[in-house]
Every structure is written in structure tokens, then in C-alpha cells.
Design a protein around this ligand. Structure first.
Ligand SMILES: Cc1ncc(COP(=O)(O)O)c(C=O)c1O
Length: 400
């Protein structure tokens, strides 16, 4: 870490636990020699750290940046809305316009409502499901944010362990566990909430089909946590990609290209529970994020955003495969093109982690910023991928 970064980091640690708000933005000890702890600006697919060092970014702010930083259509929409105000004493007309634009891209949704974080939207879906069928248990698959019911299993987290009575936490793809839980508790299960795809595996339509079948058999609802997949996997999200329709979905990250917005929606008969159930926040109708979302919805409808993202992801994966063949390193790459991954394949997990840290230390040093999931954005161009692959090749050759 450079002296400037070190000084800022140490000051931040004094008054901000972790020196950041987000777990995934904590410094990785194995890469801290070159990992920039702070980013002061970003544009397109590039970002700059405190020392003005430039990086091509493949973390995309952990998912929200779909189009690229400071995408002109989004910036223009937000600036125009700023002229009119950020939050009003009654609902803004933008709420309807944005909800309509979302439904146009995700046509299975009948009604939509806005929140601020991914965890908010996931919790709202679960609350609605419980209100709808009057049951208390849920099956939870994957990460849904920090709220109590999704976090009781984390160590030292201040959450009563009693949540385990109601929330059955199972691994993505574990069909036997799904069938076992439904066989034992089927009539108590209000809903299954699942990430439709866990990004490290082959897309799992069979798993989703089993979830849909078990939910239908037992009168439970199927909830997709589309916080990461929504508007990224496809214009219409996981429902479009897999062709299996849930009852409710939660969206966040990519929907507003970095502005803080989330949404939940689904079938009208379930959403109508909101006549009796109170889910409310002060900033739900904040207009700058809604304006950003509306602009994103228009861009993904009118431009080949997903085709481009997939083409860039494919270029990256093809390049990785070539480098793996050239260097003979024990590794493979995989995942969908919207968010591919590169993994070392040594027998010892600690050896994999060490190789990973050595690779990322070199990549950060050479101006390529990524993590295990490489999150593609519309702003990535062929030259960015070519440069990235060159740095990847050089780094791995040094290591082999
Ligand atoms: C699949 C998934 N669900 C929920 C969340 C929580 O979203 P937020 O951090 O906005 O609360 C995340 C965040 O990474 C996520 O990846």
C-alpha cells in the first residue's frame, strides 16, 4: 500500500470499523501490497485510486454497475431530476413511470414496489409470503443480506439462534435437502427464497424446477432473490433466462446502475396483501434513484446491452482458456458469460487461495481490478479485455 493510502486507511480505521461499510470492500490481507483500499472516482469501466492510479474494473461495485460508471443516459436523467427535487411530501409521478418501465422489461411481474437495499427487498418478499399464506417457516438458499432471519447462522452476529426454528438454510443445488425439508415441514413452509443462480456453478434450471414443483405441491411460494441476477443475467432477469416463473422476486443492484434502489414484485394476488400488511420506508420514493432506474430500463430495452456483455465475457473466458493451455497451470474457468470466474485447481484449498492472492496482487499492480466473480459491464470494450488478458498472461507466467 502506498504511504498516502496507508495514512488514509489508518485514519479511517480509527473511526469507521473495517474502514468501509461493505464486507466485500474490506482489504484482503493477501493482496494488500497492491489492492487499493479507496477509489476516488470512476468513469466507463475505469476507476482511479487515491494516488490517481488507473484500473479497469471487473468488480462493478459488487454488481450495481451494469452500463458503466457515469453512463451518459443515467447521468442526464439524474441531473434533470435534481432540478426538480430529491424527495417529496407525497409520492412522485416517477414511481409509476419507473414501475411501468420495470414491468415492460420483466413482463411476468404484475405489481412492483420500491425499497432501498437488497436485504430490504428480500425481507419484504418473505414478509408478504408469510402474510399471504399465514405460515411461518421459510427455506433460504444463498445470501440475502444482513437481516436477522438470513443471518442467524453467522457466528457472533447478535441474532437469536431461535431463528433456526423458522428458517431452513440449505445449499444451492441441494435437491435432496429440499425434498427432505418439504417432506417433514411441507405444510408449515411459507416460501422458498433462493438465488436463482449462484454464479460459481453451471446454471441450475433443474434445481429451480424442483423448487417450483415442491412449492406448488405444498402451497408454498417461490421467491427469487434477483439482487444480483436481475437485469444482468438477461433483460428480464432469471425468470427470462431459466423460463421458470417464481411468485415473488426481489431486485436491486443493476437496476439503477449504482444508485441506491431495490424493488420487490410479483403476482397481484400476493402483492395485494399490502392492503393489510405494512411495509414502509421514508426514502422509498427518492427520485434520483428512480430517475436512474428509469434510464437503465430504457437503455436495456433499446440497446444490445446483454448481447455485448455476453460477448465481452466470452472473449475473457476464451482468453483464459488459451492462457491455461499455454501455461499449463492447474486452473479452469467457468460461469455464465455475464459473470465468469477463474479458479485454481490444486488439491489443497490453501494452495488455491495462495495462488489466487498472488495472481490478484499482480493484476492490481498492473491496473486490473477484479475478484472471484468477474462482473461484466456494457462499458467494457474488446481493447479492455485484450489489455486485461495480456496482464493476466504476464502475471501467470511470472507465477508458473
Ligand atoms: C443475492 C444477494 N441478495 C441480497 C443481497 C443484499 O443486498 P444489499 O447489500 O443491498 O442489502 C446481496 C448483496 O450482495 C446479494 O448478492
Amino acid at each position: 500500500m502506498t504511504p498516502k493510502n496507508r495514512k488514509h486507511y489508518e485514519r479511517a480505521l480509527q473511526i469507521i470499523p473495517w474502514a468501509t461499510q461493505t464486507n466485500a470492500k474490506r482489504l484482503n490481507a493477501g493482496c494488500q501490497e497492491t489492492m487499493p483500499p479507496f477509489i476516488k472516482r470512476a468513469d466507463g469501466c475505469r476507476m482511479w485510486d487515491l494516488d490517481d492510479k488507473e484500473y479497469i474494473d471487473f468488480r462493478s461495485s459488487l454488481g450495481p454497475i451494469l452500463l458503466g460508471y457515469r453512463h451518459p443516459a443515467v447521468e442526464q436523467a439524474v441531473r434533470a431530476q435534481m432540478e426538480n427535487g430529491v424527495l417529496f411530501s407525497m409520492a412522485s409521478p416517477l414511481e409509476l413511470e419507473t414501475a411501468e418501465a420495470i414491468i415492460e422489461n420483466v413482463p411476468w411481474l404484475e405489481q412492483v414496489r420500491f425499497m432501498k437495499t437488497g436485504a430490504d427487498a428480500c425481507s419484504c418478499c418473505v414478509r408478504l409470503a408469510r402474510a399471504y399464506n399465514g405460515r411461518d417457516h421459510i427455506v433460504s438458499i444463498g445470501y440475502h443480506g444482513y437481516h436477522d432471519q438470513f443471518a442467524y447462522m453467522w457466528p457472533n452476529n447478535g441474532v437469536p439462534k431461535e431463528w433456526a426454528k423458522y428458517v431452513h438454510d440449505i445449499a444451492y443445488g441441494d435437491c435432496a435437502a429440499v425434498e427432505r425439508i418439504f417432506a417433514r415441514n411441507g405444510n408449515k413452509i411459507s416460501a422458498v427464497i433462493t438465488e436463482p443462480y449462484n454464479w460459481m456453478e453451471i446454471p441450475g434450471d433443474d434445481f429451480l424446477r424442483i423448487l417450483r414443483r415442491e412449492c406448488d405441491r405444498h402451497g408454498s411460494l417461490l421467491i427469487y432473490d434477483e439482487i444480483l441476477t436481475g437485469f444482468r443475467l438477461a433483460r428480464g432477469g432469471a425468470q427470462e433466462y431459466f423460463g421458470i416463473t417464481p411468485d415473488l422476486s426481489a431486485f436491486a443492484k443493476a437496476m439503477a446502475n449504482g444508485y441506491p434502489l431495490s424493488a420487490y414484485g410479483g403476482k397481484k394476488n400476493i402483492m395485494q396483501q399490502l392492503e393489510k400488511t405494512i411495509l414502509t420506508i421514508t426514502h422509498g420514493g427518492e427520485t434520483l434513484s428512480l430517475a436512474a432506474c428509469l434510464a437503465v430500463m430504457q437503455v436495456i430495452k433499446n440497446e444490445p446491452v446483454h448481447e455485448h456483455i455476453r460477448a465481452m465475457g466470452k472473449r475473457l473466458k476464451d482468453g483464459w482458456n488459451e492462457i491455461i493451455r499455454e501455461t499449463g497451470v492447474l486452473a479452469h474457468c467457468g460461469g455464465v458469460e455475464q459473470m465468469p470466474f477463474f479458479h485454481f485447481d490444486f488439491a489443497d484449498p490453501q494452495e488455491n487461495a495462495a495462488w489466487r492472492d498472488r495472481l490478484f496482487t499482480r493484476l492490481y499492480g498492473r491496473g486490473v481490478f477484479a475478484n472471484d466473480r468477474w462482473i461484466m459491464m456494457y462499458a467494457h470494450q474488446a481493447d479492455d479485455i485484450n489489455y486485461t488478458l495480456e496482464q493476466f498472461r504476464l502475471s501467470l507466467k511470472e507465477m508458473c
